[in-house]
Design a protein around this ligand. Structure first.
Ligand SMILES: C[S@@+](CC[C@H](N)C(=O)[O-])C[C@H]1O[C@@H](n2cnc3c(N)ncnc32)[C@H](O)[C@@H]1O
Length: 233
């Protein structure tokens, strides 16, 4: 892998393919065909909520910024990336475009399946749940990411899941750290994480992140190292 100069524009041009435009068209024609009742039920409701990810112009910018915070565009060796709550798989598609490899995990829906196929991304279907390890075979990663997380609270995908406590986050990070290669990192950007009314265990969660995170960026973006998490087990 040679270090190249990547720009937001060059990535956008590479990913905005006919397959992506076709997936988008299929999604909107399915939406039109849905009855009013069906449109209110899962997964149609989930798809409607997350169809904003068809906007590549916006989300290539967002995800390329994540890539740059982690420094993945400067790596000269391919990294193995796991993206949790990967949505369309766009972050992984950008990683692949610059020479890395990866796999995503998110809930199942026709829209997400079509998006991931169009982007050429491997995507596993499954729910991330509090105090439950990830599937056993997800091992050997250099970077694990979880961006704009929604698995840590009630969402269309996980009705009834209570907002994670500090103990839930610790279980999660400990499980992830054991799936990382030596020197591996976890990059997390919790979604609207500090909204007080939605986070009953807010103070403890913030204290855990502040104590354990190795790097803190603006707007609640954090890097954790495998070694520090394993030392805290
Ligand atoms: C706000 S979106 C973020 C998507 C992507 N990470 C990004 O930054 O563009 C939250 C994602 O989390 C997924 N999600 C929510 N709860 C989940 C769960 N329990 N397990 C796996 N994925 C989940 C949703 O399907 C959705 O794709």
């Amino acid at each position: 892998m040679t270090a190249k100069e990547y720009t937001y524009q060059s990535i956008l041009e590479a990913l905005d393919t006919q397959a992506w435009q076709d997936a988008k068209k299929r999604f909107y024609s399915r939406q039109e065909a849905l009855s009013a009742v069906d449109a209110k039920t899962y997964p149609a409701r989930l798809d409607k909520n997350y169809s904003k990810y068809f906007d590549l112009t916006e989300y290539v910018r967002v995800h390329f910024n994540h890539v740059r915070r982690i420094g993945l565009e400067k790596e000269t060796e391919p990294k193995n990336v796991l993206d949790l709550g990967c949505g369309s798989g766009l972050f992984l598609a950008i990683c692949q475009h610059i020479g890395h490899r990866g796999v995503g995990l998110d809930v199942g829906s026709e829209m997400y399946r079509d998006m991931a196929i169009a982007l050429g991304v491997e995507r596993r279907v499954g729910l991330i749940l509090p105090q439950e390890p990830l599937p056993q075979d997800l091992q050997g990663f250099d970077v694990i990411t979880a961006m704009s997380t929604k698995f840590d609270r009630e969402d269309f995908a996980n009705p009834g899941v209570p907002t994670w406590t500090a103990a839930d986050w610790k279980f999660f990070f400990t499980d992830l750290a054991q799936r990382l290669n030596e020197g591996g990192i976890i990059y997390v950007s919790p979604n609207k994480w500090r909204e007080p009314d939605r986070f009953p265990d807010r103070d403890n969660v913030i204290a855990y992140f502040d104590r354990m995170a190795d790097t803190k960026f603006e707007h609640e973006k954090f890097i954790f190292t495998r070694e520090k998490i394993l030392a805290d087990m």
